[in-house]
Design a binder for this molecule. Sequence first.
Ligand code: MN
Length: 132
Amino acid sequence: MRGIKNILVVEDNIANLELFLCLLESQGYKPEVAMDGERALELVSNSCFDLIILDIKLPKIDGFEVLKRLKKSPNLNTPVIVVTACATDENKRKILAQGCTIYLTKPFGMSTFYEAITVSLSNNNPVERCIQ
Ligand code: MN
């Protein structure tokens, strides 16, 4: 089992991004960052992540499209935590249908965030998950 988890944070809002990074770094993670969907897709086509934290409203390519294309990348089985302020039922349904693992509506508490990360990382099998 790998000790260090490879996490990707996709978020264009600086305040949210800094908060996520701060929370993750306080747990010893050193996440990679993408601030738009295009960069996120570049990263997921070249690396295998243990977890992806994904905003939906993003510049260039939105989170729905990123989620869809993830399934055709080496990260097709990587757990995805979608973090979004657009909490309509329709959005939620659409996101979950595209294989998001956990859906968090902003704003959410620190403990909710940590729990989502622990759950996402706990039942994983890196060998089976990363198809390269
Ligand atoms: Mn956004």
